[in-house]
Design a protein around this ligand. Structure first.
Ligand SMILES: Cc1cc2nc3c(=O)[nH]c(=O)nc-3n(C[C@H](O)[C@H](O)[C@H](O)COP(=O)(O)O)c2cc1C
Length: 382
């Protein structure tokens, strides 16, 4: 009996070990997209399905910048630093004037450090794109290839794979370099069945190449390629015991943040768990200390909304540009700057040098829900 249980223990240990080893050796492919309307994302899901027909290969879909489109906003945002951690990358973007889309191009512009350190050399890459009419779609995929070729990536084409099985009575986005979709040809839903099919084949073939090339190139960590060490904001929050609350919901016909280009605009009052924290007029119904606490709470709310605006990754915040603090005060009150300092200190504590901002403060007769403070904030993000 003792021997049997001993043998069983050994077996279980061996099984656990082999599972752990299998997990360690899983091949990971990043499906990195930009999408405005969701067409590229639809193709990305098919590419991922194709990739994952290989049991030991995992596809991770991420986007190059946060999106407010409801179809896309849950997709995590990739960092340049993480690119080297994958075994291959499938890139997807809309066609912009026969070229890569601007956000994808901006993201690639951020990879100069990886390039000069040969960090993506030898890594397999493949490309797919969503076009409108299809004008210049093959040129666009080729333009994509140009950037990836400069990185020394191994470019995986489609050839005429799957051509015989797609409907030739409608225009299709198959190109020899990679799948595209002709989104404005609406006689059928896009991506068409044929485009989805070719995308799955592309993913499947790509995973085969990635598996074959795994281990043939050195995965360089960002630390080896970086000149400027990036600070992980999550680690800063943990270290300083700063807890970012749930972002408040809008209570009218507006959005909690508004993004224009790379700027994000946010307005918040001192809400805490659904109620105004330390409400009242400074020096009349509340003390200056209470108003300062309300400032801090308001700034925490601003950071919560900002976190949502950057897809959950505060590392994508480039800079706090400006803060404006409005305080519920009497006519003759003058120490607004003191009341605002806890908000300014908080943003600097979180973002470091990038948290330093221009600032304005003022007193007002009343604020929404009798809040002691309202803060308007402008941030620059990736
Ligand atoms: C600035 C801009 C330029 C575009 N240029 C082209 C083009 O050259 N050829 C084309 O077929 N579609 C072009 N389009 C259309 C997009 O490629 C098309 O809407 C695409 O399906 C969007 O992908 P998405 O759904 O992933 O956002 C352009 C769109 C924009 C916004």
């Amino acid at each position: 009996m003792k021997r049997i249980s001993g043998l069983l223990t050994v077996l279980i240990v061996l099984l656990n070990l082999s599972t752990a080893m299998a997990q360690d050796y899983t091949t990971r492919i990043l499906v990195l997209i930009h999408s405005d309307n969701g067409g590229t994302y639809e193709l990305a899901k098919e590419i991922a399905k194709g990739i994952e027909t290989h049991k030991a290969v995992k596809a991770v879909i991420k986007q190059v910048k946060a999106s407010t489109n409801p179809k896309l906003k849950a997709i995590p945002v990739a960092t340049v630093a993480e690119l080297t951690s994958y075994d291959g990358i499938a890139f997807g973007s809309p066609v912009y004037f026969g070229n890569i889309s601007t956000p994808m191009s901006e993201f690639l512009s951020g990879t100069v450090n990886l390039w000069t350190n040969h960090a993506l050399e030898g890594m397999p890459a493949t490309v797919f794109m969503s076009a409108g009419s299809g004008a210049g779609n093959e040129l666009a995929v080729q333009a994509f290839w140009n950037s990836l070729a400069v990185h020394g990536m191994v470019l995986v084409s489609n050839g005429i794979r799957g051509y015989e099985n797609i409907d030739k009575n409608i225009p299709q986005g198959n190109t020899v370099l990679g799948t595209t979709s002709l989104a404005s040809h609406k006689t059928v839903e896009r991506p068409s069945e044929g485009e989805r099919y070719i995308a799955r084949l592309q993913g499947e073939h790509f995973a085969k190449v990635v598996t074959a090339l795994k281990g043939t190139f050195t995965k360089k960590t960002l630390a080896a390629t970086e000149t400027k060490k990036e600070k992980d904001i999550e680690a800063v929050l943990k270290e300083k015991n700063i807890i970012i609350p749930q972002a408040p919901n809008p209570v009218g016909n507006y959005t909690v943040f508004s993004r224009s280009g790379n700027l994000v605009f946010i307005n918040q009052v001192a809400l805490k768990e659904g109620k105004i924290f330390n409400p009242g007029k400074v020096g009349v119904t509340i003390t200056e200390e209470q108003a300062k606490e309300a400032s801090k709470q308001t700034m925490l709310n601003v950071m919560a909304v900002l976190k949502n605006a950057v897809g959950g990754d505060l590392n994508r915040v480039k800079k706090c540009v400006q803060l404006t603090g409005y305080f519920n005060t009497k006519e003759d009150y003058t120490r607004h700057a003191d009341l605002m300092n806890p908000a300014s200190d908080l943003v600097v504590a979180i973002l470091g040098e990038n948290g330093k901002h221009a600032r304005g403060t003022m007193g007002v007769l009343s604020l929404p829900l009798n809040s002691a403070v309202e803060i308007q904030a402008i941030f620059e993000v990736e």
